[in-house]
Design a protein around this ligand. Structure first.
Ligand code: MN
Ligand code: MN
Length: 467
């Protein structure tokens, strides 16, 4: 190489932003660790399809690691590990740091709800000797994607007498599954000429659940009766019990490796369980943190964070106030000194659909965890735009701990947009930035993430909570 060429190469190395595949920056041992970590993640995905199950899994893991249920007024000391469930649908956990709580907490926030089909309150009906459930979709879905795939049913039913039963059908190999039917192409001329958004309507997302009448009665409604009888025998519920139930139809797929090289994971609900799991593991694995660590796994993000289990409610604030007081400070002092990683996924560049992204500013799979300074739509509406100072601080932290990371903006300007819980936490006067895993086919029944990015999310939360 000529001297000039050498100089140009050196200048590029020194002056340009480097964006490359994470593999080039990982040792063999790290890659092994990464793949092992992802085996645990897949197990979590298979046992926590809905928010309630994610809470059960989380509390179980916390208890095994010495966490105790927090009661306001508890005497708290550095190293103590506590948790609080919010109605079984969201969960908060904390590790008390060695520094005074007034120095602020390290907060990680991820959500454990994912797009799905909820059963309506009066879901069961029979039409021409076919039994179906009416649904109301939850979160942002492309409706056509939810037809003709195996569905499982998860949730709870609160019976007339006040007792509650948990339901999970369709995950075990021997369980039946359910599905939404679609038209055969031969008779779909009219459907196929509609724009995609209108091809399948919300009221067509009816779930097929049965087709045999009760014994050999020829009464009308005998198929519905047969279903109700099965449900009564198995769960001791009657039709009116659906009124006080939360039953969620989710894809019956298991988490699987994707690709000949097994570099990716396909699963339902990576958004946002991939950040929930990695943040949870980092919280559990962190040793003697300086700052008090709080991690919240929340519900209702996909419908806008409203309701008492969503982050627009005061439950997170109350928890921090309680904690602050029990540690001899006050809530607002603690909040104002705190920092938050709003842990949510971002869109990954898809070579099949390059037109929606701006290539210099979108996230790519395998280039590490994505740091997103702002989300929102149009002129940055509905976002917390993290400050240059805080972005700089997180950037330095990630670099100092060798976390492989990249930046990512959700699509081209004016292409669409979206938001996370970052804005609600920043509104509490907390320095907040989005950090998460890039996802292919986000909000589809089967989403894809890279193992390297998943592992790097864990490393990023680890760096943050131990800082
Ligand atoms: Mn999300
Ligand atoms: Mn989402």
């Amino acid at each position: 190489m000529s001297e000039k060429k050498e100089m140009v190469k050196e200048m590029k190395e020194r002056l340009f932003l480097k964006r490359k595949h994470g593999l080039y920056r990982m040792t063999k041992e790290q890659l092994n660790e990464c793949d092992n970590f992802c085996e645990d993640y897949k197990k979590f995905m298979d046992s926590a399809k809905i928010e309630r199950e994610a809470v059960i899994y989380t509390i179980d893991l916390l208890k095994k690691n010495g966490y105790v249920e927090y009661k306001k007024g508890m005497k708290l000391n550095p190293g103590d590990k506590i948790y609080r469930s919010n109605r079984g649908k969201a969960v908060l956990m904390a590790v008390i740091g060695t520094a005074p709580v007034a120095d602020g907490i390290r907060l990680c926030a991820a959500h454990i709800d994912s797009p799905r089909l909820d059963l309506k309150q009066n879901p069961l009906y029979e039409d021409n000797e076919i039994a179906l459930f009416k649904t109301h979709y939850y979160g942002g879905i492309k409706k056509y994607q939810w037809t003709t795939i195996p569905l499982a049913l998860h949730g709870v039913v609160c019976r007339a007498d006040g007792s509650k039963i948990a339901v999970s059908i369709g995950e075990d190999e021997n369980d039946p599954v359910f599905c939404v039917t679609d038209l055969l192409p031969h008779l779909a001329n009219s459907q196929m000429s509609k724009p995609m958004a209108k091809g399948i309507s919300g009221e067509q997302l009816n779930i097929l659940i049965g087709s045999r009448p009760f014994r050999d009665d020829e009464e009308s409604g005998a198929v519905k009766l047969n279903i109700m009888n099965i449900l009564f025998e198995k769960y001791n519920i009657t039709e009116s019990d659906f009124i006080s139930s939360e039953l969620e139809a989710v894809p019956a797929f298991k988490a699987r490796d994707i690709g000949f090289d097994r570099s990716m994971i396909g699963a339902y609900g990576h958004d946002d369980k991939v950040c929930a799991y990695t943040a949870l593991r980092a919280t559990v694995d962190c040793k003697d943190p300086v700052h008090t660590v709080v991690t919240v796994l929340t519900d209702k993000e996909e419908t806008g964070s409203d309701g008492n289990t969503g982050l627009c409610s005061s439950y997170l604030e109350y928890f921090i106030h309680d904690l602050a007081e029990d540690l001899g400070s006050d809530g607002r002092t603690v909040l104002s000194a705190s920092e938050c990683l709003s842990a949510d996924v971002n869109a990954a560049f898809d070579p099949t659909y390059p037109e929606v992204n701006e290539s210099n500013n979108c996230a790519y799979i395998n280039r590490g965890v994505v740091i997103t300074k702002y989300t929102g739509a149009r002129g940055k509406s509905g976002t917390s735009d993290a400050s240059a100072e805080f972005t700089g601080r997180i950037r330095r932290l990630m670099n100092s701990k060798n976390v492989i990371w990249q930046t990512g903006e959700l699509g081209k300007v004016d292409e669409g947009g979206g938001g996370t819980v970052a804005a609600y936490i920043a509104n509490l006067d907390v320095d907040t930035i989005d950090l998460g895993v890039p996802v292919l086919s986000m909000h589809a029944p089967y989403e894809v993430v890279s193992k390297i990015d998943t592992y790097m999310a864990y490393k990023a939360f680890m760096a943050f909570v131990e800082d």
